[in-house]
Design a protein around this ligand. Structure first.
Ligand SMILES: [Zn+2]
Length: 443
């Protein structure tokens, strides 16, 4: 009998040369590491193994003698966990002056760049993303999702809101052009119940899984205020009702307290940002089971590393509003509001590993490292309606598994360096296997 480690090394040498897919249907893979975060308890399993067959997890637990022809992946001092899910992504947007870049980049160009970026995000351990509307005239994110689902490219699982629906003069409108200009804004700009209903129907017609609405103004767009509530109650309710009628969930960008309240009462599934919380809103969210996706790190990133048209507003936010927000989020977490991980970066102008810094900011609101990890895996999967098949490492679930060298329960920042990625039972990254991007794409 040959030693499993020698076997593994032999396979590593042979496979890349013959450009074979790294996993074939029905192949049994045993992944071993010092620790496994299953994702539904406060503790990690020690010295356990995961057995994967085809695209599914077969068992998680004690290391038994592996099946005769199983491929063994030994990761040693590493932690296995479910793939990370970004509940708030904008893969077609750019960092910096995204509204102007929207005007000089075609939908095709943005989509190609976004597809390449999503592959990098997958390599960084993000096996799922929810697109929170993109600055795109067409439906690029839906097309990317389709090419992934059809197997043309390998990328994360996607849920897509194609556009962010905004009022005239709101966060999705371009508010710095002269009245003579007629531009197609980065957001989908609509006013009145009829236009809103039509926008929802059009989003769904062209493949959106979610409706994204800007319930209040935004920080990064020019010429509106996060403290403004955008839609009239009648308009907002008609948006949620129409989406509801078609069984499509709504995610609402909301900063101002009154805007958060309007969105929660209207029946949205998730609040994005939720900057100006209060006790009443926290109780409402808890009662109605509304998810909260705060996206904390992006403001810190711009303060330290980025440049924005609205730099001064961001600096004011970081110095004056952020500390208050953190204390409200701490309270919301303590009260049992479901809080997930959303990053809110665009797909152009960042390196993928900074995305995982959102986990560390969640520990500022009193989450343990384990709670933060579960926020970005199990909690997000449940919000997306994926909880039955993803989000934890359990027998019967899809094998979206990542590994981190060391123990992120001791140091959450280790999530920035994911060393192993499997999606749907396919290994797409392994520090040991050194799979090249070109081979991954030739799948
Ligand atoms: Zn956003």
């Amino acid at each position: 009998m040959s030693h499993p480690k020698t076997d593994f090394i032999q396979r590593l040498l042979i496979l890349p040369l013959c450009l074979m897919p790294l996993t074939t249907l029905g192949e049994v893979i045993v992944i071993r590491a010092d620790r496994i975060i299953v994702g539904d308890s406060a503790h990690a399993l020690e010295g356990a193994a995961i057995v994967v067959e085809g695209d599914r997890i077969v068992s998680v637990g004690e290391q038994k003698i592996p099946p005769e022809n199983a491929r063994i992946i030994e990761l040693g001092d590493a932690t296995l966990m479910a793939g990370m899910i970004d509940a708030h992504a904008h893969p077609l947007l750019s960092s910096g002056d995204y509204q102007s870049l929207h005007l000089n980049q075609s939908s095709a160009y943005k989509s190609l760049r976004a597809a390449a970026f999503l592959q990098k995000l997958l390599q960084a351990g993000w096996t799922g993303v929810r697109v929170a509307g993109d600055g795109d005239v067409f439906y690029g994110a839906v097309d990317i999702k389709r090419t992934i689902d059809e197997g043309f490219i390998v990328g994360p699982r996607m849920a897509v809101a194609s556009h962010y629906i905004s009022i005239t003069g709101g966060g999705g409108d371009i508010n710095y052009a002269s009245p003579e200009q007629s531009l197609i804004a980065d957001g989908l700009v609509v006013d009145g119940v009829d236009e809103i209903r039509k926008a929802v129907r059009t989003e769904i017609k062209y493949g959106s899984d979610w409706i994204k609405v800007l319930a209040t103004g935004a920080y990064l767009s020019v010429g509106d205020s996060p403290k403004n509530v955008s839609f009239s109650p009648e308009e907002f309710q008609s948006l949620v009702n129409e989406a509801d009628r078609q069984g499509v969930p709504v995610m609402a960008h909301a900063h101002a307290t009154a805007g958060i309240k309007q969105a929660v009462l209207a029946g949205v599934r998730s609040i994005e940002h939720g900057t100006f919380l209060d006790d009443e809103v926290i109780q409402l969210m808890k009662k109605r089971g509304t998810w909260l996706i705060p996206t904390i790190y992006i403001g810190d990133y711009y303060e330290d590393e980025g440049t924005l048209r609205e730099d001064d507003r961001n600096t004011y936010y970081v110095e004056h509003e952020r500390p208050v927000w953190i204390s409200w989020l701490t309270k919301a977490h303590k009260q049992g509001v479901k809080i997930g991980v959303g990053v809110d970066f665009g797909g152009q102008g960042y390196t993928a590993n900074v995305f995982a810094r959102e986990f560390a900011t969640l520990t500022e609101i009193g989450m343990t490292n384990m709670e933060a990890i579960q926020a970005g895996t199990r909690v997000n999967a449940e919000m997306l309606g994926w909880g039955e098949k993803l989000g934890t490492l359990e027998a019967g679930k899809l094998a979206d598994i990542i590994a981190i060298a060391g123990n992120p329960l001791d140091d959450i920042r280790l999530l920035e360096n994911v060393s192993f990625v499997m999606i749907g039972g396919k290994v797409v990254k392994s520090a040991a296997a050194k799979i090249r991007q070109s081979e991954m794409l030739s799948n």
